[in-house]
Each structure stands twice: as structure tokens, then as C-alpha cells.
Write a protein that binds this ligand. Structure first.
Ligand SMILES: C[S@@+](CC[C@H](N)C(=O)[O-])C[C@H]1O[C@@H](n2cnc3c(N)ncnc32)[C@H](O)[C@@H]1O
Length: 251
């Protein structure tokens, strides 16, 4: 029997292969991931992440689970802005190791942050556990996005908040031509110079194009049970921030 196919950038791969391929990408770029983020986004990713944190409105009694948390940017900001505790969950231990080293280098060892290896599709957490769930530039890499959304719903407490930041396609025709040129001609080359891995950044730009539109993704979030789902676009629609609330309890 043939296996289910999923996209890996513009390639179709067997669903069972995608996690491994994604992990190879992040394994390869981990040490230069933060630098590349600064270069590719002209530093704008800091501003977009601030928007996500503002949406969460951190308070000292909140526990945040930051899935696909990578080098821990979101968790760190959440604590700095007054959040109580954060758990970073990522499938790639190397990304988290660089994140921890970065914080140590900055002299910022943060006991309120826990780091755990885990898959967004099968979180190592109990039901009704956290006050907030975030996933920043992570969901487009996940093989089964519906499963990840179901997990987000399961681990949130009633009245818990879901937020998702993701790169998206832009609609305006002139800008989208410039964006396409920048994405396909510039980013992979800069990626090659900085990380030595052009293919990793080719995958990253292709994966943005394969991600559902903001409207369709909002619909998927609603289908997972979330209420009050809304989204906002930033920087001419290059990035979208989705949010929703879990009202009921999971049993
Ligand atoms: C583009 S990075 C984003 C890192 C961080 N959230 C940020 O905003 O800078 C994507 C991260 O998702 C992780 N990842 C990819 N697929 C995953 C999955 N199925 N479960 C958990 N983490 C995953 C990768 O290891 C990588 O660290």
C-alpha cells in the first residue's frame, strides 16, 4: 500500500519522512539560526514576536507552553514581560541547546524556563495544563497540522489562549513580485553564505508558499475547537498572527 504524501517545500514526500527532513534542516542551521533570522527579516522578527507577546498579555500567574520554541526567543520575552513560567518544547535538541547557550552568554540564566524535547503532534504534557500556548514560525514545518492544533487545544486550560505567528504569502501583485524575488533569489544565497546550507533556506521559502492562507488557517483553528479566532497581518502581510481561546475542558 502506498504511503500518504505530504509537502516538504515544493517536494512531495512520504508523511513518515517529513519530520526527519525538517529536523535535518534545523540541525544544519541551528548555530546560525538567530543570525539568519536577523538578516532575513532585517530585524523585523523581533517586532513580530513582540506582537505575539502583547497578544498574550503576560502575568506572573501564567504558564506558557511555547511549541517549536527553537532557541527560546518567545519564552525569554514572555518571562521578561512579566510571565510566570514557560516551557519550550522542540523536536530538535540542538536548537534548544543553542538557545540555552545564548542565554548563558548574555548572563541571563532563567530558572522560569524549562526545555523539553517533544513533537507538536504529541506533546509530553497532561490535558488542561497551561494558560497559554504559542507556536512561532513553527506550524508550517509540522507534518500533520490538524494534529498539532488538537494537541494545542488539549493541553490548554479552559479560557487558555492559543497564539500562532507564521510567515505568509502576500497578496498585492507588485509587492509579491519583489517578495518572490527576495525569497527565491536572495534568501537561499544568504543562507548559503551564513550557514553553508542553501537547500535549508530553499526549503524554508518554499514551505511558506505551501502554507494555507490566513483565512483557511483560521478556519482550521476553529475546526480544532477554538473560539473567538482572529488574525492580524503585519509588514504588508509577510507575517500573520492568529489567536483563539479554548472555552471548555478536555477530558
Ligand atoms: C523556524 S524555527 C522557529 C523557532 C522559534 N519558535 C522562533 O520563532 O524563532 C522552527 C522550529 O520548529 C521546530 N520543529 C519543527 N517541527 C517540529 C515538530 N513537529 N514539533 C516540534 N518542533 C518542531 C524546529 O526544530 C525548529 O526549532
Amino acid at each position: 500500500m502506498s504511503e500518504k504524501k505530504v509537502d516538504f517545500g515544493y517536494r512531495e514526500v512520504e508523511a513518515t519522512q517529513k519530520d526527519r527532513l525538517v529536523q535535518e534542516v534545523f540541525h544544519s542551521v541551528a548555530s546560525r539560526y538567530d543570525l539568519m533570522n536577523d538578516l532575513m527579516s532585517f530585524g523585523l522578527h523581533h517586532l513580530w514576536k513582540e506582537k505575539l507577546i502583547n497578544e498574550l498579555r503576560p502575568t506572573a500567574d501564567q504558564l506558557l507552553v511555547d511549541v517549536a520554541g527553537g532557541t527560546g526567543d518567545i519564552a525569554h520575552r514572555f518571562i521578561q514581560k512579566g510571565g510566570g513560567k514557560a516551557i519550550v518544547i522542540d523536536a530538535n535538541p540542538m536548537m534548544m541547546q543553542y538557545g540555552q547557550d545564548k542565554l548563558i552568554d548574555k548572563g541571563a540564566i532563567i530558572p522560569q524556563i524549562d526545555w523539553q524535547i517533544g513533537n507538536a503532534e504529541d506533546l509530553p504534557l497532561p490535558d488542561n495544563f497551561c494558560d497559554a500556548y504559542s507556536i512561532s514560525f513553527g506550524i508550517r514545518n509540522v507534518t500533520n497540522k490538524e494534529k498539532a492544533l488538537a494537541e494545542a487545544y488539549r493541553v490548554l486550560k479552559p479560557m487558555g489562549k492559543f497564539v500562532c505567528l507564521e510567515l505568509s504569502n502576500i497578496d498585492q501583485s507588485l509587492l509579491s513580485k519583489i517578495y518572490d524575488f527576495y525569497s527565491f533569489k536572495v534568501i537561499p544565497k544568504v543562507g548559503k553564505l551564513v550557514t553553508g546550507d542553501e537547500d535549508a533556506y530553499q526549503y524554508l521559502v518554499e514551505s511558506i508558499r505551501r502554507f494555507p492562507s490566513a483565512e483557511n488557517f483560521a478556519h482550521m483553528i476553529e475546526e480544532s475547537g477554538f473560539e473567538g479566532v482572529k488574525y492580524r497581518k503585519f509588514s504588508f502581510g509577510v507575517v500573520t498572527l492568529h489567536s483563539g481561546i479554548k472555552l471548555g475542558r478536555s477530558n
